[in-house]
Ligand binder design. Structure first.
Ligand code: F6P
Length: 314
């Protein structure tokens, strides 16, 4: 065995070992691992689909599930099998599904395949998961115990936080998640901005904020996929992603439970912040599954700057 390989074996830390070393409680560790494993199956489905999204027939003439629905089925089955999850709320379902026996301690939310409309363009897409205790109809700060997302890009990566920092893993060729970055920490200030929504539909405060960022030389980085766009802010150690209130949709576009809470949890654990322009995303009470919110998420300087532009131009 060459020296490089033995070094690799020595320093290779897989997901289960890292969570154990980080002191994540056993059931939660096992649950996060089970969810991370679904990333392999979902990515296999993406490859199998060969860019066809829905409404196609398989070789036997049966209707194929859309990729989103397939990803949802995979997750639901895996969570049911884990034995740790009482209820499952998915962006693909209208109601919360009871998948446990009633005594399990975790409640899981999922956006099984966010940005799936980007599959045909071969851009990155992702899975977003929130893990709660007690109930999902609460403030994220009170109910969330962990969050993770999986990015299906040139590499499959998984970023998780169980309240003990934010860590990134890469799926290797042996099918194991190997630690690539531990305790990711955002800088106070970044240099990229990722703005959703049409500028003409935004409020005056938001438009002025974007003009400020441009005048300051921030670089535009927007793919139209929430997972890769947030991942870019995290991995580049700063900057901002925003999907603001629009004149026709004052609550913005992104869903609080399925998209915003998990990302807010992860970004806060990396030292960043996430607000709706005034209040922390994790302080917002979840009332229903469809609830949306404007969002400003990323490094402290840019998010606080956005809040000052919005409050000066109400
Ligand atoms: O909510 C789905 C989603 O595709 C996100 O992944 C993404 O950030 C956003 O919508 C893109 O919206 P738009 O097409 O308006 O830029």
């Amino acid at each position: 065995m060459g020296e490089g390989i033995s070094d690799y074996t020595k320093f290779c830390v897989d997901l289960r070992r890292q969570m154990w070393m980080a002191g994540v409680e056993e059931e939660l560790r096992r649950l996060i691992w089970q969810i991370a494993v679904t990333g392999k199956y979902i990515s296999a489905k993406i490859h199998e689909s060969n860019r066809k999204l829905a409404g196609f027939k398989n070789i036997y003439g049966e209707d194929q599930l859309s990729l989103d629905r397939s990803a949802d089925e995979i997750l639901k089955n895996q969570l049911q099998y884990s034995g740790f999850v009482r209820e499952y709320a998915s962006e693909e379902q209208d109601v919360v599904v009871l998948i446990g026996k009633g005594r399990e301690q975790y409640f899981v939310t999922a956006d099984p395949l966010d940005g799936s409309s980007l599959v045909d363009t071969n851009l990155a897409i992702g899975t977003i998961i929130g893990i709660h205790k007690e109930s999902i109809f609460a403030r994220g700060r009170d109910s969330m115990v962990a969050a993770l997302y999986i990015t299906y890009g040139p590499l499959i990566t998984m970023v998780y936080s169980a309240g003990k920092g934010t860590h990134e893993f890469v799926l290797n060729r042996e099918g194991e998640y190997v630690l690539s970055q531990e305790h990711i920490t955002l800088n106070e200030k970044g240099s990229i901005y990722s703005p959703g929504g049409l500028r003409k539909d935004c409020t005056e405060g938001h438009q002025k904020y974007l003009e400020y960022l441009e005048a300051e030389g921030y670089k535009l980085r927007y793919s139209g996929g929430f997972v890769p766009d947030i991942n870019q802010v995290l991995i580049k150690r700063g900057g901002i992603f925003t999907y603001p209130a629009l004149k026709k949709s004052p609550r913005g576009k992104l869903r609080l439970l399925f998209e915003l809470q998990p990302m807010a949890f992860i970004i806060e654990q990396a030292g960043g912040i996430a607000t709706d322009g005034a209040d922390a995303i994790l302080s917002l009470q979840v009332e229903d599954l469809e609830q949306r919110s404007p969002v400003y998420i990323g490094s402290r300087f840019e998010v606080e700057k956005a809040m000052s532009f919005l409050s000066a131009n109400p």
